[in-house]
Ligand binder design. Sequence first.
Ligand code: MLT
Length: 251
Amino acid sequence: MYVDAVLVPAETDGIEPGEFGAVAVIDVLRATTTIVTALENGARGVVPVGSPDDARAWRAAGPDVVLGGERGARALAGFDLGNSPLEYGPERVAGKLVVMTTTNGTAAFERARSVAGGAAVIAACLRNAQAAAQRLRQLAGAQGGGALIVCAGTDGRFSAEDAYAAAVVLEAMAREGPLELGDGAQAALRMAGTVASPRAALRATRHGRKLVQLGFETDVDFCAKVSVSDTVPTLVSGVLVREGSGPARGE
Ligand code: MLT
Protein backbone atom coordinates (compact mmCIF):
# COMPACT_ATOMS: atom_id res chain seq x y z
CA MET A 1 0.00 0.00 0.00
CA TYR A 2 1.21 3.50 -0.84
CA VAL A 3 1.36 5.80 2.17
CA ASP A 4 2.61 9.33 2.58
CA ALA A 5 2.72 12.01 5.27
CA VAL A 6 2.21 15.74 4.95
CA LEU A 7 4.61 17.20 7.51
CA VAL A 8 3.63 20.87 7.09
CA PRO A 9 -0.08 21.77 6.77
CA ALA A 10 0.31 23.84 3.55
CA GLU A 11 1.57 20.74 1.72
CA THR A 12 -2.05 19.65 1.40
CA ASP A 13 -2.39 22.41 -1.24
CA GLY A 14 -0.44 20.14 -3.59
CA ILE A 15 -2.76 17.14 -3.17
CA GLU A 16 -5.70 16.46 -5.44
CA PRO A 17 -8.99 15.74 -3.63
CA GLY A 18 -9.54 11.99 -3.68
CA GLU A 19 -5.86 11.20 -4.40
CA PHE A 20 -5.79 8.99 -1.27
CA GLY A 21 -8.23 6.32 -0.11
CA ALA A 22 -8.15 7.43 3.55
CA VAL A 23 -6.67 10.29 5.57
CA ALA A 24 -5.51 10.47 9.20
CA VAL A 25 -5.00 13.75 11.09
CA ILE A 26 -2.35 13.92 13.80
CA ASP A 27 -1.99 16.66 16.41
CA VAL A 28 -0.47 14.61 19.17
CA LEU A 29 0.02 17.67 21.47
CA ARG A 30 -2.82 17.77 22.14
CA ALA A 31 -5.92 17.99 19.95
CA THR A 32 -6.14 14.48 18.52
CA THR A 33 -5.11 12.95 21.86
CA THR A 34 -7.91 14.93 23.51
CA ILE A 35 -10.44 13.86 20.85
CA VAL A 36 -9.51 10.19 21.30
CA THR A 37 -9.84 10.58 25.08
CA ALA A 38 -13.22 12.34 24.87
CA LEU A 39 -14.70 9.56 22.71
CA GLU A 40 -13.10 6.86 24.82
CA ASN A 41 -14.78 8.42 27.86
CA GLY A 42 -18.21 8.31 26.29
CA ALA A 43 -18.67 11.58 24.39
CA ARG A 44 -21.17 10.83 21.63
CA GLY A 45 -19.23 12.96 19.18
CA VAL A 46 -16.63 15.67 18.77
CA VAL A 47 -17.29 18.48 16.30
CA PRO A 48 -14.08 20.19 15.15
CA VAL A 49 -14.79 23.86 14.33
CA GLY A 50 -12.60 26.72 13.15
CA SER A 51 -13.14 29.57 15.58
CA PRO A 52 -14.25 30.19 19.17
CA ASP A 53 -17.33 31.99 17.82
CA ASP A 54 -18.21 28.98 15.63
CA ALA A 55 -18.04 26.87 18.80
CA ARG A 56 -20.14 29.30 20.86
CA ALA A 57 -22.86 29.18 18.20
CA TRP A 58 -23.33 25.49 19.10
CA ARG A 59 -24.58 26.41 22.61
CA ALA A 60 -28.03 26.82 21.11
CA ALA A 61 -27.97 23.17 19.94
CA GLY A 62 -28.94 21.92 23.42
CA PRO A 63 -27.91 21.38 27.04
CA ASP A 64 -25.71 18.38 26.30
CA VAL A 65 -23.25 20.43 24.23
CA VAL A 66 -19.83 20.91 25.83
CA LEU A 67 -17.45 23.53 24.44
CA GLY A 68 -13.74 22.73 24.54
CA GLY A 69 -10.50 24.02 23.11
CA GLU A 70 -7.71 26.53 23.42
CA ARG A 71 -5.80 29.43 22.03
CA GLY A 72 -2.14 29.69 23.03
CA ALA A 73 -2.70 26.34 24.82
CA ARG A 74 -4.97 28.07 27.38
CA ALA A 75 -8.70 27.54 27.92
CA LEU A 76 -11.09 29.97 26.22
CA ALA A 77 -13.42 32.36 28.07
CA GLY A 78 -16.91 30.95 28.43
CA PHE A 79 -15.86 27.44 27.40
CA ASP A 80 -16.52 24.39 29.57
CA LEU A 81 -13.17 22.70 28.99
CA GLY A 82 -9.68 23.54 27.75
CA ASN A 83 -7.57 21.26 25.57
CA SER A 84 -6.09 19.04 28.26
CA PRO A 85 -7.06 15.41 27.60
CA LEU A 86 -7.15 14.94 31.38
CA GLU A 87 -10.16 17.25 31.61
CA TYR A 88 -12.20 15.00 29.32
CA GLY A 89 -13.17 12.38 31.88
CA PRO A 90 -16.50 10.50 31.78
CA GLU A 91 -17.95 12.85 34.41
CA ARG A 92 -17.55 15.77 31.98
CA VAL A 93 -18.18 14.22 28.57
CA ALA A 94 -20.19 10.98 28.77
CA GLY A 95 -23.26 11.31 26.55
CA LYS A 96 -22.23 14.84 25.50
CA LEU A 97 -21.49 16.37 22.14
CA VAL A 98 -18.12 18.10 22.44
CA VAL A 99 -17.62 21.09 20.15
CA MET A 100 -13.92 21.84 19.90
CA THR A 101 -11.73 24.56 18.45
CA THR A 102 -7.93 24.51 18.72
CA THR A 103 -5.17 26.53 17.11
CA ASN A 104 -3.84 23.89 14.74
CA GLY A 105 -5.59 20.57 15.30
CA THR A 106 -9.14 21.41 14.34
CA ALA A 107 -7.89 23.44 11.32
CA ALA A 108 -6.03 20.32 10.17
CA PHE A 109 -9.37 18.48 9.95
CA GLU A 110 -10.55 21.15 7.49
CA ARG A 111 -7.48 20.52 5.36
CA ALA A 112 -7.93 16.76 5.64
CA ARG A 113 -11.56 17.00 4.57
CA SER A 114 -10.68 19.05 1.53
CA VAL A 115 -8.03 16.58 0.32
CA ALA A 116 -10.08 13.51 1.26
CA GLY A 117 -12.69 14.34 -1.38
CA GLY A 118 -15.18 11.93 0.18
CA ALA A 119 -12.59 9.42 1.47
CA ALA A 120 -12.64 8.62 5.20
CA VAL A 121 -10.91 10.94 7.68
CA ILE A 122 -9.79 9.65 11.07
CA ALA A 123 -7.93 11.08 14.09
CA ALA A 124 -4.65 9.51 15.17
CA CYS A 125 -2.18 10.08 18.00
CA LEU A 126 0.31 8.00 19.92
CA ARG A 127 -2.32 6.60 22.28
CA ASN A 128 -4.32 4.99 19.45
CA ALA A 129 -1.37 4.44 17.06
CA GLN A 130 -1.86 0.70 16.50
CA ALA A 131 -5.65 0.88 16.14
CA ALA A 132 -5.44 3.94 13.87
CA ALA A 133 -2.84 2.22 11.69
CA GLN A 134 -5.06 -0.84 11.24
CA ARG A 135 -8.09 1.30 10.49
CA LEU A 136 -6.20 3.48 8.02
CA ARG A 137 -5.08 0.39 6.15
CA GLN A 138 -8.59 -1.07 6.13
CA LEU A 139 -10.23 2.15 4.96
CA ALA A 140 -7.66 2.89 2.26
CA GLY A 141 -7.66 -0.75 1.13
CA ALA A 142 -11.45 -0.76 0.83
CA GLN A 143 -11.14 2.22 -1.54
CA GLY A 144 -8.30 0.55 -3.47
CA GLY A 145 -6.17 3.60 -2.70
CA GLY A 146 -3.28 4.82 -0.60
CA ALA A 147 -3.26 6.40 2.85
CA LEU A 148 -2.25 9.92 3.82
CA ILE A 149 -1.26 11.26 7.23
CA VAL A 150 -1.77 14.99 7.73
CA CYS A 151 0.38 16.45 10.52
CA ALA A 152 -1.23 19.52 12.05
CA GLY A 153 2.06 21.33 12.74
CA THR A 154 2.22 24.48 14.85
CA ASP A 155 1.17 27.84 13.44
CA GLY A 156 1.75 26.58 9.90
CA ARG A 157 5.22 25.26 10.74
CA PHE A 158 6.73 21.80 11.05
CA SER A 159 6.16 20.08 14.41
CA ALA A 160 8.57 17.30 15.32
CA GLU A 161 6.04 15.73 17.69
CA ASP A 162 3.50 15.21 14.91
CA ALA A 163 6.12 13.82 12.53
CA TYR A 164 7.23 11.46 15.30
CA ALA A 165 3.66 10.28 15.94
CA ALA A 166 3.20 9.83 12.17
CA ALA A 167 6.28 7.59 12.19
CA VAL A 168 4.86 5.47 15.02
CA VAL A 169 1.62 5.01 13.04
CA LEU A 170 3.63 4.19 9.90
CA GLU A 171 5.67 1.59 11.80
CA ALA A 172 2.43 0.00 13.00
CA MET A 173 1.09 -0.01 9.43
CA ALA A 174 4.32 -1.63 8.23
CA ARG A 175 3.83 -4.47 10.73
CA GLU A 176 0.53 -5.30 8.97
CA GLY A 177 2.00 -5.59 5.48
CA PRO A 178 4.29 -4.03 2.89
CA LEU A 179 4.23 -0.25 2.36
CA GLU A 180 5.43 1.92 -0.46
CA LEU A 181 6.56 5.12 1.25
CA GLY A 182 6.18 8.65 -0.08
CA ASP A 183 8.92 11.17 0.70
CA GLY A 184 7.15 12.68 3.73
CA ALA A 185 6.63 9.22 5.21
CA GLN A 186 10.30 8.36 4.67
CA ALA A 187 11.42 11.60 6.34
CA ALA A 188 9.18 10.99 9.37
CA LEU A 189 10.49 7.44 9.79
CA ARG A 190 14.14 8.53 9.57
CA MET A 191 13.58 11.20 12.22
CA ALA A 192 11.87 8.75 14.58
CA GLY A 193 14.87 6.42 14.40
CA THR A 194 16.92 8.94 16.40
CA VAL A 195 14.51 9.25 19.35
CA ALA A 196 15.23 7.71 22.79
CA SER A 197 11.58 7.29 23.92
CA PRO A 198 8.12 8.69 23.09
CA ARG A 199 8.23 10.79 26.26
CA ALA A 200 11.65 12.21 25.34
CA ALA A 201 10.47 12.81 21.78
CA LEU A 202 7.50 14.92 22.88
CA ARG A 203 9.33 16.80 25.63
CA ALA A 204 12.15 17.82 23.27
CA THR A 205 9.84 19.70 20.89
CA ARG A 206 9.01 23.42 20.87
CA HIS A 207 5.36 22.80 21.74
CA GLY A 208 6.22 20.09 24.27
CA ARG A 209 8.55 22.50 26.11
CA LYS A 210 5.89 25.23 26.01
CA LEU A 211 3.29 22.89 27.52
CA VAL A 212 5.69 21.89 30.30
CA GLN A 213 6.42 25.57 31.02
CA LEU A 214 2.68 26.27 31.23
CA GLY A 215 2.25 23.48 33.79
CA PHE A 216 0.88 20.81 31.42
CA GLU A 217 3.70 18.34 32.05
CA THR A 218 1.24 15.56 32.94
CA ASP A 219 -0.56 16.14 29.64
CA VAL A 220 2.66 15.63 27.70
CA ASP A 221 3.30 12.35 29.52
CA PHE A 222 -0.30 11.24 28.91
CA CYS A 223 0.06 12.06 25.20
CA ALA A 224 3.31 10.03 25.04
CA LYS A 225 1.69 6.67 25.87
CA VAL A 226 1.73 4.47 22.77
CA SER A 227 -1.10 2.20 21.61
CA VAL A 228 -3.03 2.13 24.87
CA SER A 229 -6.37 2.98 23.23
CA ASP A 230 -8.37 1.24 20.53
CA THR A 231 -10.60 4.28 19.93
CA VAL A 232 -10.37 5.57 16.37
CA PRO A 233 -12.38 8.76 15.86
CA THR A 234 -13.88 8.80 12.37
CA LEU A 235 -15.39 11.87 10.74
CA VAL A 236 -19.04 11.35 9.80
CA SER A 237 -20.94 14.37 8.44
CA GLY A 238 -18.55 16.75 10.20
CA VAL A 239 -18.66 14.93 13.55
CA LEU A 240 -15.90 12.68 14.88
CA VAL A 241 -17.49 9.54 16.28
CA ARG A 242 -16.13 6.41 17.81
CA GLU A 243 -16.21 3.54 15.34
CA GLY A 244 -19.40 1.57 15.62
CA SER A 245 -21.21 4.23 17.67
CA GLY A 246 -24.61 5.59 16.74
CA PRO A 247 -25.55 8.98 15.31
CA ALA A 248 -23.62 11.72 17.08
CA ARG A 249 -26.43 14.24 17.23
CA GLY A 250 -29.27 11.93 18.10
CA GLU A 251 -30.96 12.73 14.78
C1 MLT B 1 -3.45 22.82 18.73
O1 MLT B 1 -4.45 22.42 18.11
O2 MLT B 1 -2.79 23.78 18.34
C2 MLT B 1 -2.96 22.14 19.99
O3 MLT B 1 -3.75 21.08 20.32
C3 MLT B 1 -2.58 23.12 21.04
C4 MLT B 1 -2.58 22.63 22.48
O4 MLT B 1 -1.66 21.93 22.90
O5 MLT B 1 -3.49 22.95 23.22
